[in-house]
Every structure is written in structure tokens, then in C-alpha cells.
Design a protein around this ligand. Sequence first.
Ligand code: NDP
Length: 296
Amino acid sequence: MTAEIIDGKAFAAGLRERVGAAVPAFHKASGRAPGLAVVLVGEDPASQVYVRSKGKATLAAGMQSFEHKLPASVSQDDLIAVVEALNADDMVDGILVQLPLPPQIDEKAVIATIDPMKDVDGFHVVNAGKLAVGEEALVPCTPLGCLMLLKDKLGSLSGLNAVVIGRSNIVGKPMAQLLLQESCTVTVAHSRTKDLPDVVRRADIVVAAVGRPEMVKGDWIKPGATVIDVGINRVPAAEDGKTRLVGDVDYASAAEAASAITPVPGGVGPMTIAVLLRNTLVAAHRRVGLAPPAGL
Ligand code: NDP
């Protein structure tokens, strides 16, 4: 079997379009466009690229983008004061503090300061708790994007065996909660899991969020399974000494066994920003007491 490619880039473009198409009605009802504030601390080149592309995508969707750049030496109190000011700003519906933060800053304390109604990254414990108990929450963008791709491909996920490899707060754990809500039978694997290949072989759905290049091999994949590769790893390219991007799944061998698979790049990656815009639109509606548009 050669797997069908799950085109996250195309799905993300469609989602961004749907979000953009819903902005004028929000504007009409509330008198303003939804607003997303992104806080960048320091000069990390990868973070700068992410923040720039988030700002561009926000404007392209017709929303307002607010960027706050702070020096790497900023104190925790000063960063928290910026977040508090954004909490109080009515033009701001979503607040995203780009991670990682410099070592003098306690990430948890900063995230805890974000108003949960504006927590478009879904990292605040209030949103994590609401997701766990099945209440309306803002859900972390990457796992929600993975779920959208899975539902688009498979329809109902009810009763399927799902294995999530990775238990981070930003990907693995919320992914497992989302799959459980869809009535999957969920196994969460991690670095202490015994006989990981055997655990993965039982899965109808495999979500790999490990951060280890091409770790999941094709002979771990149950024939016909659907594979979602969250990994983004830069590795040296054999030919020219440059680097290339690979996922956590050995794409070539896994594509022989799976029925559908996300490529890297062009799979999960583009979904993250698209879902961020979606979450901002949803947060904006909830903050002014409007129902978010259906179908997002
Ligand atoms: P973390 O490093 O926070 O978590 C990695 C998880 O993988 C941990 O739970 C760890 O287990 C587990 N793990 C590590 N080694 C093994 C192993 N040998 N066998 C089984 N499990 C293992 O990473 P993130 O969740 O933040 O990210 C995971 C990947 O997803 C990365 O490649 C990252 O770049 C990518 N990513 C992509 C995004 C996107 O937009 N597409 C967004 C976010 C992340 P333990 O808990 O026991 O240590």
C-alpha cells in the first residue's frame, strides 16, 4: 500500500480563508476587527521567523496584529506587566507569548498571567483543565490542527485505537485529550514506554510528537493506519552539507504501510498558524458574547 498524502498546507489555506471570511461579520457586530498580540522576548532567529509569519497571517485574515518585542534581558516582572496590559486592552482578543523564554523567566508564571479567555495558545491551566473535563476551552493549536486533519480524512474516529507518542503539555497531552473526546481508545507513549514498536503496531491512528528525527519506522505501522507526524527536525543533508527538515516518522517506509500520512514539511506545520487565527476569532466572539461561526 502506498499512503495517501494528507495535505496540511491545502487544509490550512482553506481554514485561513474561512477565518478571514468570518472577520467582516464580527467587525460589523462588534465595531472592530479581532486582535492578536504576540510577545517576543530576545532575538532567537527561529522565534523571530515564527512571530513574523504569525503577524503576516493575522493581517492577511483581516485581523489586527500587535507585536511587542522585549530584550532578552527583560525581567519577569516587566514581562508580566506587558501581559497584564494586554489582558486589560479591549482591542486584544488573543495573547501569545512566544516560547522559549530566557532562563531568568519562569514560563509557567507568565502563562498563568494570561487571561484564559485570551489564551489562544491554550497553555493556561484553566484551559488545560477545561479540555480535560470536556468544557469549552481554547485548545493548543498544533494538536487541534492534527485533530482537524484526522477528522477530515477519517470522519468519525469513534472506537479507533490511537497512539500518541510524546506527553508534552503543548502537544502530546492535549492531543490525547482530544482523541479521547472523539471516543478513541488512547495510549500515550513516552521515553519510558516499553517495546514502543509493539505499542505503535496496535494503532489505527499514530500521532508522533517526539522530537527525534525519523524515529518511527515503517514496520511499526499497522497496515492501513493513519499517521500524523508532528515532528520538525533539521538534519544534515547527505548530498550538499546543507540541512533538510524531517519529521519524527521515517516517511518513506511508513508511507508503504499507512493508508494516509502527513508529510514534513507541508503536513502539520502549516496547521499551527491557521488554528491560531481560528482560536483568535473564536476568543474574540466569546469575549463579546457572540457565538463563534460554525464550521471552524
Ligand atoms: P518535547 O521535547 O516537549 O516532548 C517530547 C516527548 O517525546 C516527551 O514526552 C518524551 O518523553 C517523548 N520521547 C522522547 N524520546 C522518546 C523515545 N525515544 N521514545 C518515546 N518517546 C520519547 O517536545 P514537543 O512535544 O514540544 O514537540 C515534539 C515534536 O513536535 C518536536 O519535533 C517539535 O519540533 C514538534 N512540534 C511541531 C509543531 C508544529 O507546529 N508542527 C509545534 C510543536 C512541536 P518523556 O516525557 O518521557 O521525556
